[in-house]
Ligand binder design. Structure first.
Ligand SMILES: [Zn+2]
Length: 152
């Protein structure tokens, strides 16, 4: 797998510099909105974001970006493999800055994804792909709800 300059633990050396390089590498013009988005997405560690919560975070930081910019940037970054779209049912698309293959817990009431530790899910007896299709990946989402709290 190709490694890019930014791993989830790296921080950008000089404000804007690496975000600019990153955008250049993926062929996106480095507008102020995109620079803020790339910097925010890749400096905060391993992230699971939806377009709307990413936009809310950026607006909260005083970096107003349009939903259109957020959508197009997330789509482009996932096309070139810098983030991974997490396969989920429902209307919200989630994106993951951890691009190695892994499964997720989904905490529905908090609308939050948590990585399942690698190697903890064993998958067997996989059906053959339908005629004309190749199996690309198996992505497990374990849906969670809060446990009932016991009163002491
Ligand atoms: Zn993840």
């Amino acid at each position: 797998m190709q490694h890019f300059a930014l791993s989830q633990r790296d921080t950008l050396p000089a404000k804007g510099t690496s975000a600019r390089d990153l955008l250049a590498k993926v062929g996106l013009r480095p507008t102020r909105q995109r620079l803020a988005l790339a910097e925010h997405l890749f400096t905060a560690g391993g992230r699971h974001v939806s377009a709307s919560n990413l936009r809310d975070e950026l607006v909260g930081k005083g970096a107003p970006v349009s939903m259109g910019c957020v959508y197009s940037s997330l789509r482009r970054l996932s096309e070139i493999g810098l983030i991974r779209r997490v396969p989920m049912y429902g209307a919200t698309a989630y994106f993951d800055t951890e691009t190695s293959h892994h499964h997720h817990f989904y905490v529905a009431n908090e609308d939050r994804l948590i990585d399942v530790p690698n190697g903890t899910i064993k998958i067997r007896d996989i059906p053959a792909a339908p005629e004309g299709c190749d199996l690309v990946s198996i992505d497990v989402v374990l849906r969670l709800k809060p446990s009932h709290q016991q009163t002491p």
